[in-house]
Design a protein around this ligand. Structure first.
Ligand code: HEC
Length: 257
């Protein structure tokens, strides 16, 4: 005899179940689109193509990346230039006349363009070859140099924007999971299994949302945002798929009948 006479989704009429399926498909589709949108949105924070962890850390915490030229020169690279040339380049990079003074004729031999031409281009042209050359970091044109001269200073989104965004996202994402969680309780699948998934997704969402704020102080919490958001996304996909499965799978005849 079938002991379980509580309400089940699969006892609903056909169109009711199909309605639930189409809504869940739309919901999951919407999440996929917003995932893609997120990619575009944060893609270029660090001016390196593609969504990298640096973009996320930049958005929530901010990232200061010193100019690669300054880093290289300060580390003593290249060993072949004179100290006064190194100082001239570093002073130029620290100043605010980087584009103006790059090939300023008044600077004579100490014009950065002159030093680059004399001391760097042996190794730093696109066609440079040889064991010491570095054709991957060309310094031939102003455009090459400009990119390496800038220190990147990515600022996190202002608190007001984070708050406005969270004001929409946190309740929406929580309610969506609550509704799906509730529906999942009436499927044929083990409550322990669905419960675990709901818990993991809920914890993920909490970590994600809290991470938005904590990451402002502690950069490594940007990982918590990604991991938490990922757990929520996986959880909602699993639960959504289970509910849809339950709606379309044929009703099993109980053994007693
Ligand atoms: C003898 C060849 C040689 C010369 C001369 C030379 N470089 Fe390099 N440079 C290299 C090589 C090889 C690397 C990569 C390995 C390393 O970092 O040492 C490099 C790396 C760099 C990097 C780091 C790029 C990165 O990955 O971020 C910068 C910046 C740089 N050089 C600037 C300069 C400047 C400016 C000069 C001239 C003042 C110069 N180099 C002269 C060979 C050279």
């Amino acid at each position: 005899m079938n002991q379980d006479n509580s309400f089940k989704l699969r006892s609903l009429p056909f169109f009711y179940r199909m309605g639930i399926c189409t809504l869940i498909l739309t919901l999951l589709g919407g999440y996929i689109v917003s995932g893609i949108h997120l990619r575009w949105h944060y893609d270029n924070r660090d001016e390196t193509p593609g969504l990298t962890m640096n973009d996320i850390v930049g958005a929530y915490h901010g990232v200061q990346t010193p100019s690669p030229l300054i880093t290289a020169l300060e580390s003593g690279h290249p060993e072949t230039i004179e100290d006064y040339e190194r100082t001239a380049l570093l002073d130029w990079l620290a100043g605010d006349r980087i584009s103006l003074d790059y090939d300023n004729l008044d600077l004579g031999d100490l014009a950065p363009s002159e030093i680059f031409a004399m001391s760097c281009l042996d190794c730093h042209t696109r066609s440079a070859s040889g064991p010491d050359a570095n054709p991957d970091v060309p310094l031939e044109y102003w455009d090459d140099i400009r990119k390496l001269a800038d220190s990147k200073d990515i600022r996190p989104s202002p608190t007001a924007i984070v708050a406005t965004s969270q004001h929409v996202h946190a309740p929406m994402m929580a309610i969506v999971m609550l509704v799906l969680g509730l529906l999942a309780a009436f499927t044929r699948f083990s409550l322990r299994l669905t419960g675990l998934v709901i818990f993991v997704a809920g914890a993920g969402l909490l970590i994600d949302m809290a991470g938005w704020w904590i990451a402002r102080e502690i950069a490594s919490f940007a990982y918590a945002i990604v991991i938490g958001g990922g757990l929520y996304a996986i959880g909602i996909t699993i639960i959504g798929c289970l509910i849809m499965l339950d709606c379309v799978l044929p009703v099993q005849k109980s053994k007693s009948s």
